[in-house]
Design a protein around this ligand. Structure first.
Ligand SMILES: [Zn+2]
Length: 275
């Protein structure tokens, strides 16, 4: 019943709203990892973006004015994750807040000893449980091209949002029926332990060592790699790649022309300021 209402509503939105051609082309050109998408995939992505922008508000904070291009650039990267899934995975929250620079979130937490800590460090992005996604626009812009950045802030934060759909961010998002939770956990934990051992051993990893922070960050960072530099994940952790392909219902490495496979982007990811 709800699914039928949603489909009806989505059809109405697609009939009445649209993304102007010039704006769409400019936004796609700003995201080089989309260059290998087929025309049919880009068409589906465009429809998702229209629905996403109808459902969410993208607003500036601290004087930042969000341009139409910025809205579409953010929405495209959010929708890449759910291109072959229901947009309902992003239900339960309203806004994307865009800052003119890194921001200090000001939240507090209590440790096991009852001591209250306050987060002081500036962040480039944050996904709040049941709340907004917060982004620093310069960091969105700097991480739009994997070739130069080795990271993607928007995909990272929306991977957290997807992960939070079934509770706190813990690296275990809602799984499809053909992906048993114990298989997911085993695969991810084995790769996480291996990655942590490599980082702790001082290895210089092509995947951002920030992924070793905790299982939630591992999932978010590897989601960035899966979408923006898929052959890197396929080469380093093929089992994880296969599970991500099942989870996201996509095989991004198959889009990469054979001549480009095996390349791994920049040797040093941009330094991350917590996300
Ligand atoms: Zn994160």
């Amino acid at each position: 019943m709800f699914a039928a209402i949603r489909r009806w509503r989505e059809r109405r939105v697609l009939e009445t709203a649209a993304s102007p051609d010039a704006l769409w082309s400019e936004a796609v050109a700003a995201l080089p990892f989309l260059a290998i998408y087929t025309a049919a995939e880009l068409e589906r992505l465009r429809a998702k973006v229209v629905l996403f922008l109808d459902a969410k508000s993208i607003v500036g904070a601290r004087g930042h004015e969000v341009t139409p291009l910025q809205r579409v650039v953010i929405a495209i990267q959010a929708c890449v994750l759910v291109l072959e899934m229901d947009l309902g995975h992003y239900d339960g929250w309203e806004s994307v807040i865009v800052y003119p620079d890194e921001f200090v979130p000001g939240w507090e937490w209590e440790d096991e000893a009852g001591v209250v800590h306050r987060n002081e460090g500036p962040l480039a992005g944050e996904a709040m449980p049941r709340g907004p996604v917060v982004l620093s626009w310069p960091d969105v812009e700097a991480s739009a091209d994997w070739e130069t950045a080795g990271m993607n802030l928007v995909i990272h934060e929306f991977a957290h949002k997807f992960d939070m759909r079934n509770g706190e961010a813990n690296g275990c998002p809602p799984l499809p029926p053909d992906l048993p939770p114990q298989v997911w956990q085993q695969t991810l934990h084995a790769a996480y332990d291996d990655f942590c051992a490599r980082v702790d051993g001082g290895e210089h990893t092509a995947i951002d060592p920030y992924a070793a922070e905790d299982p939630a960050e591992f999932f978010a960072v590897l989601s960035e790699v899966f979408f923006a530099e898929p052959c890197l994940l396929l080469g380093e952790y093929p089992d994880v790649y296969a599970k991500f392909a099942q989870l996201y219902r996509q095989d991004p490495a198959a889009r990469v022309p054979a001549a480009r496979r095996g390349r791994a982007g920049p040797s040093m990811p941009l330094s991350r300021t917590g996300a």
